[in-house]
Write a protein of this length. Structure first.
Length: 164
């Protein structure tokens, strides 16, 4: 999961499969940490189209924006992010245990968020980008008031970054 506003990597779930209940648990942790987004953008994976996920979003007042099937660029930030993660971690190493993936992923996220500048952020890293511009609870920030839901979404991808 990334924040569209500042490109910050918020969470990468490492598992052999990810259910809607696991997605919900991760979102609840992110809400505790960053505040509730007004909306999230997701693909049409079964974990996002499930009744559990839709009900949880409705109960929490979070709008779901589904991308059209076969239109991955409607979620372009996460597609680019997933490609980088896949090339730099998943395809670069041979893993024996999921814990190995989790360790390298944690290190990679720290580097991505703290030491990798983004042109769209004026060559700042996600961590350097002004705190008042951070999303999470964006619907209450002055910046979000003017940008509406364009930057209040957390894009998710059903395969955790792997495209087969």
């Amino acid at each position: 999961m990334i924040d569209d506003c500042n490109r910050e990597a918020l969470a990468i779930e490492i598992a052999t499969s990810v259910s809607s209940k696991r997605v919900i648990r991760t979102l609840e942790q992110l809400i505790d940490w960053r505040g509730k987004p007004a909306a999230i953008r997701v693909d049409n994976g079964p974990e996002f189209t499930s009744a559990d996920f839709a009900c949880w979003c409705r109960e929490n007042g979070i709008s779901i924006h589904y991308t059209q099937p076969g239109k991955p660029m409607q979620n372009g930030f996460i597609e680019r992010f997933n490609g980088s993660y896949r090339r730099e971690i998943l395809d670069a190493y041979l893993f024996v245990e999921l814990e190995e993936v989790r360790g390298l992923t944690s290190e990679w996220m720290e580097e991505y968020n703290s030491r990798r500048p983004h042109e769209a952020l004026g060559n700042l890293t996600p961590k350097e980008w002004p705190p008042e511009s951070r999303s999470g609870n964006m619907e209450n920030s002055p910046l979000a008031q003017s940008l509406h839901d364009k930057f209040t979404t957390l894009p998710l991808h059903s395969d955790g970054g792997r495209k087969e």
